[in-house]
Ligand binder design. Structure first.
Ligand SMILES: [Cu+2]
Length: 491
């Protein structure tokens, strides 16, 4: 599935070029274990069985759970992990394994869906040579990254079919999970829905010092809905309102299953849908331990039973499987649709002595005292403040280093996930709609926040990165393509 060398493909979870003693111990431990298990979770190695196609919700199953299980779910794909220094990335029509050897055509980065998980650390220099092998313009936007305007993959800097360019920028921000996806004006929704997206993990010393679960115990989860045609190929069937698939995938796998040890796992979660808002919970009733959001770690962890998050938003979650006997299964569920998104199957009891973090995770500067207020109304399905996107217009200018209050409202047609490029922001209030509150998963540094009907959301923002033109837009991708987007310039 991937053009990467097998050595770059982790058995399970996210390997990282940085390591602490603790990390190495865990990885060695897991490596030995996985060898004993025959590497059943190695993604991209189809567990060949084409029988029993067409289960509910996610489609085909193959009975390939391993370990004597009768599960009809498919091993969760883990995208290859690649250093962002001197990397190559291609977007092309590809054939991908959507679970248990069932093949689909899709658009993919480096033949992998999701694309490779890039990893870089604060102070590194990302350099990614991108080639567009699609038959239309695309860009690669590094969602959440603080990058110069020309490196940000903006719609006015398209990469034509058959051409290449290098995206390069220093990593100047704290540890977090960003992601990358196309951002060409008018074609973002279809390209993303057809498969183009990938994770991008940033590391720093503050995060490393916490000794959070790593290696096989840190797993990305890109959760999205999907539509398949009669030949099992991924298709795009959106309209100007949006795209809602009738099935779901986690990391490109239909009906996925992840075998876990009785240990604490760290999940790096992305809502990769065009439109859908997920409301996740565990079937066991156990809470998630939320440790981070879009822009990295929270100040302290929070236990939460359900989390609602919209396209583009990320969650850094710990799930505690300690003490659970082998044979235990727990579903990660979406309460909005009643879908069992991912089955966790405890297959092995271990005693790592791992504990949930207590106390301070991170110190976050609190933005305060805005000197300018700006109001943005997200109206209909294509307008901000009564205007559709004009690629050649700069709607306003923002001085570097100035704290501002931006207020989002909507006249309807939500969900509108509001995403700003070029800086992270802090959500300070919500009124109306779901209530007068900022949810626990909206704390810390954010770059995307959900605006539902009837809501007004206020954020404080300060641009400290680069001068230049950036965009703000609705991350309901069809709304974005329709023109619910604007340019502004940091001066
Ligand atoms: Cu919208």
């Amino acid at each position: 599935m991937s053009s990467k060398k097998p050595s770059e493909i982790p058995v399970n979870g996210i390997s990282t070029p940085l390591s602490s003693k603790h990390t190495i111990n865990r990885r060695q431990f897991m490596g030995a274990t996985m060898a004993a298990f025959g590497g059943a979770l190695v993604s991209g190695i189809p567990n060949i069985s084409y029988a029993a196609k067409g289960g509910n919700g996610g489609g085909g199953g193959n009975g390939g759970g391993g370990g004597g299980s009768t599960s009809t779910r498919n091993p969760l794909f883990i995208p290859p992990v690649v250093s962002a220094s001197n990397a190559a990335l291609q977007a092309a029509s590809s054939t991908v394994d959507v679970g248990g050897g069932s093949l689909s055509t899709a658009l993919a980065y480096n033949g992998s869906m999701p694309g490779p998980t890039f990893v870089a650390s604060l102070g590194d220099y990302a350099s990614i040579n991108f080639t567009n092998l699609l038959d239309e313009d695309t860009t690669v936007h590094w969602h959440g990254m603080i990058a110069p305007s020309y490196q940000d993959g903006l719609p006015f800097n398209p990469v034509a079919p058959g051409t290449s360019r290098v995206y390069e920028y220093p990593i100047i921000q704290r540890a977090c999970m960003n992601w990358y996806h196309p951002h060409p004006h008018g074609h973002t929704a279809s390209q993303v829905a057809l498969g183009l997206a990938g994770g991008f993990l940033l590391r720093d010393n503050e995060e490393l010092a916490l000794n959070l679960p790593s290696g096989a115990y840190e797993v990305p989860l890109v959760i999205r809905d999907v539509e398949l045609d009669n030949s099992n190929n991924i298709k795009y069937s959106g309209n100007s309102s949006g795209f809602m698939g009738s099935k779901f995938m986690v990391n490109g796998t239909l009906q996925p299953r992840l075998e876990v040890d009785s240990a604490i796992y760290r999940f790096r979660v992305l809502n990769g849908c065009n439109v859908r808002v997920w409301r996740i919970a565990l079937s066991s009733g156990a809470p998630f331990t939320l440790i981070g959001t879009d822009g990295g770690l929270l100040e302290t962890s929070t236990m939460v039973g359900t989390i609602e998050f919209s396209p583009g938003e990320r969650l850094d979650l710990l799930i505690d499987f300690r003490g659970l006997p082998a044979g235990t299964t727990i579903m990660l569920q979406d309460l909005n649709e009643g879908w069992d998104l991912l089955e966790f199957a405890v297959t092995r009891q271990v005693n790592l002595g791992d504990t949930l973090p207590t106390g301070t995770l991170s110190t976050i500067e609190t933005l305060a005292n805005p000197v300018v207020e700006r109001n943005f109304s997200f109206d209909g399905m294509r307008q901000i403040n009564g205007k559709t996107y004009d690629m050649n217009a700069i709607e306003f200018q923002v001085p570097m280093g100035q704290t501002e209050l931006w207020r989002f409202t909507t006249g309807g047609n939500a969900p509108h996930p509001i995403h700003i490029h070029g800086a992270s922001y802090q959500v300070i209030s919500r009124t109306g709609g779901r209530g007068n509150m900022v949810f626990p998963w909206e704390r810390g540094w954010k770059d995307t926040v959900l605006l539902q009907d009837g809501e007004t959301v206020e954020v404080l923002i300060r641009f400290d990165g680069y001068k230049g033109v950036y965009v703000m837009h609705c991350h309901r991708l069809e709304h974005e393509d329709n023109g619910m987007m604007l340019n502004f310039e940091v001066i």
